[in-house]
Design a protein around this ligand. Structure first.
Ligand SMILES: Cc1cc2nc3c(=O)[nH]c(=O)nc-3n(C[C@H](O)[C@H](O)[C@H](O)COP(=O)(O)OP(=O)(O)OC[C@H]3O[C@@H](n4cnc5c(N)ncnc54)[C@H](O)[C@@H]3O)c2cc1C
Length: 431
């Protein structure tokens, strides 16, 4: 554990104290900001961190929970939301500590009532197809890495439109891809279970792109991790306020475009508004025309108990696709956690004796579908987060993108002599 580690709760307490000390009731110049970020998940934190890195200090981040959907148990040992990272999470790795590696051989799949590793499920006759899938995944990964690289400076929507191959995969159903590659048997025996355990969705429910992304742990080193959100805000503590935003309204006053109200009744104005909340929350605060991906729920139970013999070996057990329970993970500290699609899984099925350490209900947990929405909107509004591509790395990159765009537009404005300069409305961006 690094020396400067501060538990997220303590970091937020500190921020709350600073905030109380600054508690101003009427709107003054200190309530006007160049940028307000709403939401302190990985996307909002990345935006704040990148703005600070670029020398910007005129911003405020208002958030409820530091880290959002990446929380951990009070001792930091077990993650209650995002569970794994891959070694190609270039940006997220700067803020996370790597823990146990998840080897493919440690993952056991349900097969005819027993749990087996992929190597005992796949017969030698199926190896050519398995290799074909691995090669496909390599190609998918190359395209995805280029997409991520581009997404740092352009919106995900624009970045994916530059790659018709990848774009097609995120538009078509996973069923179509599996049929095209003639992988039905392998998919039915193990890939579908892996996808279900990582995305909580059946093959029939997701796009080919997300199906392939969920299979990437087959070819890329994958680890459990510990997240250090305080590393992201160490250079901008004073710009962070614990709280909930209750209202957001467009305004047009002296170059400010948005007014934001928090749950303490404080009003703030800003030129740039970055909504880093789950898209369902953003939609409840702002009018967002067009469709967005539907929300899916997920449930997690952290348990101390004795596992029944069927589940006692291997690090990870993945259940059959027709089960509402998805996966049991055995942690190094002797506890286990279960991810499920139902709120109250029957723990007696898996444990002899047990005690529940914690339960976590994620609703919304994921937004999966083929809607890729434009992050950069009219009126200096940015919609960031995992609403189009779901992973901690992709969500983080949307935060970098918003900060980069804001910094760029700010320097363009400074270069122009007009004080009330606003970039002309781009009809594509506005869409
Ligand atoms: C159970 C589960 C398992 C997952 N597993 C993995 C995994 O293994 N690997 C992986 O890469 N990804 C995984 N993910 C996905 C990953 O966690 C998310 O994609 C990512 O964390 C989303 O980050 P975000 O910043 O977009 O949103 P969030 O983390 O949801 O952040 C949004 C923030 O906004 C705050 N907020 C909401 N409303 C308001 C308001 N009115 N005012 C102020 N703040 C508000 C919230 O409290 C939250 O802190 C998993 C997700 C879940 C739920």
């Amino acid at each position: 554990m690094p020396l400067f580690w501060i538990p997220p709760e303590v970091a937020f307490c500190f921020v709350a104290i600073v905030d109380r000390a600054l508690n101003l009731s009427s709107l003054s110049s200190s309530d006007c900001y160049e940028t307000i970020i709403v939401g302190a998940g990985i996307a909002g934190l990345a935006c704040a961190q990148r703005l600070a890195e670029q020398g910007k200090s005129d911003f405020l981040l208002i958030g409820e929970k530091l880290g959002g959907r990446i929380p951990s148990s009070s001792d930091g040992q077990v993650n209650y939301g995002a569970f794994y990272l891959r070694s190609d999470y270039e940006h997220f790795l700067k803020f996370a500590g790597i823990k146990r590696r998840i080897h493919v051989s440690d993952v056991l799949f349900a097969q005819e009532g027993k749990y087996k590793s992929i190597f005992s499920i796949v017969s030698w006759k199926q190896y050519p197809k398995l290799i074909r899938w691995m090669l496909f995944l390599r190609k998918f990964q190359r395209h995805s890495l280029l997409f991520r690289q581009r997404s740092v400076t352009m919106s995900q929507k624009k970045a994916i439109e530059l790659d018709p191959w990848l774009h097609q995969l995120y538009s078509e159903p996973a069923e179509a891809l599996i049929e095209r590659l003639r992988l039905e048997e392998l998919a039915g025996n193990c890939f579908d279970q892996l996808v279900m355990a990582t995305s909580f969705q059946r093959r029939s429910e997701i796009t080919a792109g997300y199906y392939a992304a969920s299979c990437l742990p087959l070819i890329q080193p994958t680890y459990e991790f510990e997240f250090f959100p305080e590393r992201m805000i160490e250079s901008c503590f004073e710009n962070i306020q614990k709280g909930s935003v209750t209202r957001v309204s467009p305004i047009n006053t002296e170059g400010y475009c948005w007014e934001v109200l928090n749950d303490h009744g404080n009003r703030y104005q800003c030129r740039n508004l970055v909504m880093a909340t789950p898209i369902s929350v953003s939609r409840s605060l702002i009018e967002i025309p067009g469709e967005t991906n539907p929300a899916a729920a997920a449930y997690m139970v952290h348990v101390r108990g004795i596992l029944k013999s069927d589940y006692a070996t291997g690090a990870i057990h993945i259940f059959p696709c027709d089960s509402e329970d998805l996966v049991i993970v055995h942690e190094l500290n002797g506890t286990s956690f279960l991810y499920s699609r139902r709120a109250t899984p029957v723990l007696e099925t898996y444990f002899h004796n047990y005690e529940v350490i914690a339960r976590k209900h994620w609703d919304p947990a994921f937004f999966l579908g083929n809607c890729i929405i434009e992050a950069e909107r009219d009126n200096n509004l940015y919609l960031i987060g995992d609403h189009s591509f779901c992973s901690v790395e992709d969500a983080l990159i949307t935060g970098l993108f918003a900060a980069n765009r804001i910094a760029r537009r700010c320097s363009e404005r400074n270069e122009s002599s007009q004080s009330d300069y606003r970039e002309p409305l781009d009809p594509v961006l506005a869409g």
